[in-house]
Design a protein around this ligand. Structure first.
Ligand SMILES: C[S@@+](CC[C@H](N)C(=O)[O-])C[C@H]1O[C@@H](n2cnc3c(N)ncnc32)[C@H](O)[C@@H]1O
Length: 442
């Protein structure tokens, strides 16, 4: 029997035996930035370190990963933080650069080469003494707990806790309250169930779907709330014709959001798994009718998560689009065992749709009351010092081992910054009670 897409997605992904709550987990079916390279966690660690500094290095810094999969990102962050700690070092912006595998110089400096510093070299790892803010007494610095001692890692996931997850990582099913720190959401929002509408002669109507077959039919006219959302965020007139080309700019002043991640698609290199970025081709009630994916549920989910932050930053990384370039046919699609498949919501495959990132950002800003930044992953990683550029050939002569290390780091970052793939995903950074940091406001 046909049901609304939102109900179909909820059951298929999160109901009993649902795709995400049963089985091996997302990494067996598709490839996200988290799976692609540890450089992704390294870049996030640099951002976390900046937020930590902006918060005045609080006694407890929370890092909350919403939609944590099987905890891969937090596991990677834990390893990075612990490594720094074991070396008896205070994690600073420069030390995080080592984790990113980059030069430590954000692209603002104009440097494009990628030269990872050697472990332990004085220019990258900063001792407690040299990391001390000016004017502070040495004795007070000596007892300051390291980031590893202060950080608290929490995975928010509907799937059960994986068996071998380190005990340092807490596992909960709801976003905790009163977060001081960083809330991360990588490829969460695209899996928040949503309704789909089709534009008919008498207005927007819901698209219904048969969960077993994926066959669609046209349902009722959309509710007033959904109609309001569609009118504001998914105009039926030609793109950009509404006089307000990009709402993201209105809040950010730093958006630089130039391209939609909508077309970011390619098979993952060196892997049979596919990065989830490709718009699908579902059977539509009439192929000439315009479709829309109603992002109101994602807006609510994001605003609810941002509301849990007392001070800090929320970061959403996902594929999506802006109002000036919404897709005409919709983006619903499925993934199973490394392949893109039709979006049949029978629980056997992922069902995902691109995210209306500007609408989500606006919903978050209404809660945070702070300027945000919305840029491509390529831009965000560059600002964090991960640019994927090749090391200069001259390095091969002066430091052959360093050159090889730099090449390996460059190729890891290259996948994350490829504008036709993961680099085309969006980074939404939403500060709460702190300014946009130097690696954010460019
Ligand atoms: C595509 S996976 C992303 C996994 C991981 N963040 C990554 O980037 O590899 C989306 C995950 O979000 C989880 N999820 C969806 N809605 C959720 C919610 N309301 N609360 C907690 N987890 C949720 C799903 O169970 C799934 O594991």
């Amino acid at each position: 029997m046909p049901i609304p897409w939102r109900d179909a997605m909820s059951r298929a992904l999160y109901g009993p035996g649902g795709f995400f709550v049963a089985g091996a987990g997302p990494a067996d079916h598709f490839r996200t930035s988290v799976h692609a390279s540890p450089a992704f966690a390294g870049a996030l660690l640099r951002l976390i370190s900046e937020v930590d500094a902006a918060l005045g290095r609080p006694p407890r810094l929370s890092v909350v990963d919403v939609g944590a999969g099987r905890g891969e990102l937090l596991h990677a962050l834990l390893s990075l933080v612990s490594t720094e700690d074991a070396a008896g070092l205070v994690l600073t912006e420069d030390a995080a650069g080592l984790a990113v595998g980059v030069s430590g110089e954000p692209t603002r400096s104009g440097r494009s080469g990628l030269i990872p510093p050697r472990a332990g070299s004085p220019e990258t790892l900063t001792s407690a003494a040299s990391a001390r803010p000016s004017g502070e007494e040495p004795s007070s610095v000596a007892v300051r707990p390291s980031l590893a001692e202060r950080v608290r890692l929490t995975a928010v996931e509907l799937a059960p806790r994986p068996e071998h997850l380190p005990e340092e990582i807490e596992w909960v099913s709801e976003v905790p309250a009163e977060i001081t720190g960083v809330l991360l959401a990588t490829e969460w929002l695209d899996n928040v169930p949503l309704d789909v509408a089709v534009h008919t002669e008498d207005g927007w109507r819901y698209v219904l779907v048969d969960p077993a077959s994926g066959v669609e039919t046209v349902g009722e006219l959309v509710s007033l709330d959904d109609l309001d959302w569609l009118t504001e965020w998914w105009p039926t007139s030609s793109p950009g014709a509404d006089g307000d080309p990009d709402r993201a700019q209105a809040w950010t002043g730093a958006a630089g959001a130039t391209e939609s991640g909508f077309r970011a698609a390619r098979p993952a290199e060196g892997s049979s798994l596919t990065a989830r970025s490709r718009p699908g081709c579902p059977e539509t009630p009439h192929s000439d009718q315009r479709r829309a994916e109603i992002g109101r549920t994602r807006d609510r989910a994001w605003a609810g998560a941002v509301r849990k932050i007392q001070r800090g930053m929320a970061v959403a990384v996902d594929y999506g689009h802006l109002r000036k370039s919404r897709p005409v046919d919709g983006t619903l699609t499925g993934y199973r065992a490394g392949r893109q498949v039709p979006p049949v919501p029978d629980g056997s495959a992922d069902v995902t749709a691109h995210v209306a990132m500007d609408s989500v950002a606006s919903a978050g800003a209404a809660v945070a009351r702070c300027a945000y930044s919305l840029v491509s992953q390529r831009e965000a990683l560059r600002a964090l010092g991960a640019d994927g550029g090749r090391p200069p050939l001259s390095l091969a002569g002066s430091d052959p081992a360093g050159y090889v290390r730099a090449l390996a780091a460059a190729s890891a970052v290259a996948e994350l910054t490829d504008p036709a793939g993961l680099g085309g995903h969006w980074w939404l950074r939403q500060p709460v009670g702190i300014p946009l940091g130097p690696a954010v406001a460019r």
